[in-house]
Design a protein around this ligand. Structure first.
Ligand code: T5A
Ligand code: NA
Length: 208
C-alpha cells in the first residue's frame, strides 16, 4: 500500500499574530495524536540567502523592493524539493509564513500583485491556509512589536489589506487570533485534522 502523503498547512497573518507559537503548538498536538508533523518557517534565515534576508530585516543591509522580493521567493525555492520529499513520506508540514506573506508585504510597498506572484508560480500549493486575524490594537500590545523592519502600524494596515485580496475561500480559513494561546491551538488543530483526514490520493498541486 502506498503512503498517504502529508498535508501542506500554512499559517499566515500580520506580524505578532501568533504564527510561530501556534505552528509549534500544532506540530506538538499532531505528534501527540500520532501523526507525523514537522515545523518549517519562512524566511529560513539559516541559508546564505536567508542570512541576506536577516540582514535586511534587522536594518543592517538595504535592497530595493524588487531585489528583496526575489530573495524571499528564492528562499522558498531552495526548500521546494525537501518539502516535496517530506510530504511524499507522509509527513505533514506546518509552515510559518509562505508565498502569501511574500506577495502581501511587497504589494503593500506598491509592487503589482501580478509581478509579485510570478516568481512563486510552481511552488507547492498548500492544502490549507490558516489566516490569523488580529486587530491593530491587539497587535500593538503584543511583546516584541516594533523591533524589525515592517513592524509599524501604518504598514501593517496595508499588509492586512493585501492579505485580504489574496484570500481564497476554497483553501483558506480565517481564524480570530485574539484569544488565549491554548484556545487558538484547539481551533487550529480541528481544521488541521480535517485537512489531514481528507488527504488520501490527493495530488500535490502547484501555485497559484
Ligand atoms: N516577510 C516574510 C516578507 O516580507 N516576505 C516573505 O516572503 C516572508 C516569508 C519576518 C518579516 O519578514 C516579512 C514579514 C515579517 O515582517 P518572521 O520571521 O516570520 O518574518 O517574523 P517574526 O518577527 O519572527 O514573527 P511575527 O512578528 O510575525 O510574530 P508571530 O510569529 O506571528 O507571533 P509569535 O508567535 O512570535 O508571538 C508574538 C508575541 O505574541 C505573544 C507571544 O508570546 C509573543 O510575545 N502571543 C500571544 N499573546 C497573547 N495571546 C496569544 N494567543 C498569543 N500568542 C502569542
Ligand atoms: Na514568527
Amino acid at each position: 500500500m502506498s503512503t498517504t502523503r502529508g498535508a501542506l498547512i500554512v499559517l499566515e497573518g500580520v506580524d505578532r499574530s501568533g504564527k510561530t507559537t501556534q505552528c509549534k503548538n500544532l506540530v506538538e498536538w499532531l505528534s501527540k495524536s500520532g501523526k507525523k508533523a514537522k515545523y518549517i518557517n519562512f524566511p529560513d534565515r539559516s541559508t546564505d540567502c536567508g542570512s541576506l534576508i536577516d540582514k535586511f530585516l534587522t536594518n543592517n543591509q538595504e535592497f530595493n523592493d524588487e531585489t528583496i522580493h526575489l530573495l524571499f521567493s528564492l528562499n522558498r525555492w531552495e526548500s521546494k524539493s525537501k518539502m516535496e520529499k517530506l510530504l511524499k513520506e507522509g509527513i505533514t508540514l506546518v509552515v510559518d509564513r509562505y508565498s502569501y506573506s511574500g506577495v502581501a508585504y511587497s504589494a503593500a510597498k506598491g509592487l503589482s500583485y501580478d509581478w509579485c506572484k510570478n516568481p512563486e508560480v510552481g511552488l507547492l500549493k498548500p492544502d490549507l491556509v490558516l489566516y490569523l486575524t488580529l486587530t491593530c490594537e491587539a497587535m500593538l500590545s503584543r511583546k516584541g512589536f516594533g523591533n524589525e523592519r515592517y513592524e509599524n502600524k501604518e504598514f501593517q494596515k496595508k499588509v492586512r489589506e493585501c492579505f485580504e485580496k489574496l484570500y481564497d475561500s476554497s483553501y483558506w480559513q480565517n481564524v480570530d487570533a485574539n484569544r488565549s494561546e491554548m484556545d487558538l491551538t484547539q481551533v487550529l488543530a480541528k481544521y488541521a485534522d480535517e485537512t489531514i483526514l481528507s488527504m488520501s490520493n490527493k495530488p500535490l498541486k502547484l501555485l497559484w
